[in-house]
Each structure stands twice: as C-alpha cells, then as structure tokens.
Design a protein around this ligand. Structure first.
Ligand code: GRF
Length: 224
C-alpha cells in the first residue's frame, strides 16, 4: 500500500521532482496526493501539474496568525487523504496545530549537517564559516526550526573559499539521494523515534558508505 503524502514547497522544487520521478519509477512507495506552496510563483507547482498532481497555494499573508494558516493547511491536506508530509524547501516554521495533525509523520530536508547551520541559508553559512565538510540532513520536524531527530545525513567535502554556488549544487545532489531514501523508510514504517534518536528497523547494515561524492549514514538502499 503506498503512503499518501503531501509535499510542501516554496520554490524551484528540484527535491519534489526527484520524489515524483522515484514514485513514477515505482521505487518510492508513496502516492503524492497534494503539492502545497505558500508562494504562487513557486516553479515546483508547475512540476507537479506536469504529472497531474493536485496543487494548492496558500499565502501565509492571507491569514492573521501562523496557527490559522496551519489550520487551513491541515484542512486541505486531510481533505486530500494525506497521512504524512515531506517538507522540501518549505520556508515556513510550523506550529503545534500542524504538528499534532500528523504526529511523527513530518520530515524536512535541510542543506547543512545539523545541528550546525540551521536557518534559511545553511549552505551559505557553512561556506562562509570555512568548513571542510558540509552536507545535508533529513530530520523529523518538531516545534523548533531545523531541530527534530535526525534520520539520515550526507557529508560532502568543502574547500574554503570555493564558489558557494558550486557547494550548494554538490549538496543539492546529495539531497536528491537522501530525501527519497528517508521518504521510503517513512513509507515502510521502519523509522522509530526514540527521544533524539531515530532507529531504522532492520538496520543490520554496516555504518556509512561513500561513493566519492558524499559520505551517507545510514547507507542508502534501493539504489537511491
Ligand atoms: C533545498 O536546498 C532544501 O534543503 C532547502 O531549500 C532548498 C529547496 O530546493 N530547505 P528545491 O526547491 O527542492 O530545489
């Protein structure tokens, strides 16, 4: 049975595109019921429409509070039969109104090795800081921004002073691998949250793997 999900976006939607592709290839056991954006000019909406996936734009400016905005998002998603949510470049902090509607079923991709460099420009902050290892993280969402328990991370080498755009693109390449993997584990019901820890059931694999582009832990399955 495919897990009915919604994908929340605010921009280009390259992560969304990978989820759509893997769903179409039947590698990802999800059914994307809705793509929701808080920005009507988000290119990701066009990507979804190209595959006949329902879309919705809700401008947070039309609501008097975050809770009211979240309440409307919940109404739209529940009406579409959504059971889990993937935040892929959704630039809004969500409230307990949204969290309590999908308990333990909301994940987010962040372009830095959390807990380092939370916020809207994780790659840029890491680059400016002069790190030697940068990367990305998929985590469960809780009431604090970029704070929830970590599911999977991928680290990429960084050279101080390199073009931040080059680093952003190398990190994005890893995002496109770990987000569908984490989404698949969510769809299989293999993720167990234990306080700050996320246990991957049947995780008898060895630690971390690298293919030269990124060091990923836990290792990827299914050729993601
Ligand atoms: C990604 O880098 C994601 O980690 C961050 O926003 C960006 C969205 O990219 N939160 P896209 O819209 O999926 O291309």
């Amino acid at each position: 049975m495919s897990l009915p999900i919604a994908v929340l976006i605010s921009g280009d939607g390259s992560n969304l595109q990978v989820l759509i592709n893997k769903m179409e290839e039947r590698i990802l056991d999800v059914d994307i019921k809705m793509v929701l954006s808080n920005r009507e000019n988000a290119y990701g909406l066009k990507r979804a429409q190209a595959y006949g996936i329902p879309t919705c734009t809700l401008s947070h400016k039309d609501f008097s509070s975050r809770e009211e905005f979240d309440g409307e998002m919940v109404r739209v998603l529940k009406e579409s039969g959504v059971e889990a949510v993937v935040m892929a470049g959704f630039m809004r902090i969500i409230t307990p109104v949204f969290l309590s509607a999908f308990p333990g079923k909301i994940i987010n991709i962040h372009p830095a090795l959390l807990p380092a460099f939370p916020g809207v420009d994780g790659q840029g902050d890491a680059s400016k800081y002069g790190v030697r290892l940068a990367g990305c993280t998929v985590h469960f969402v809780d009431e604090k921004m970029d704070h929830g328990a970590i599911i999977i991370q991928s680290a990429v080498p960084a050279s101080p002073g390199e073009d931040p755009e080059d680093l952003r693109l190398r990190i994005l390449e890893q995002e496109h691998r770990i987000l569908p993997q984490a989404t698949q584990w969510l769809a299989e019901g293999r993720l167990r949250i234990d306080g700050r820890f996320v246990k991957l059931e049947e995780d008898d694999v060895e630690l971390a793997e690298t293919d030269g582009t990124g060091l990923v832990n836990p290792p990827l399955e299914y050729g993601f």
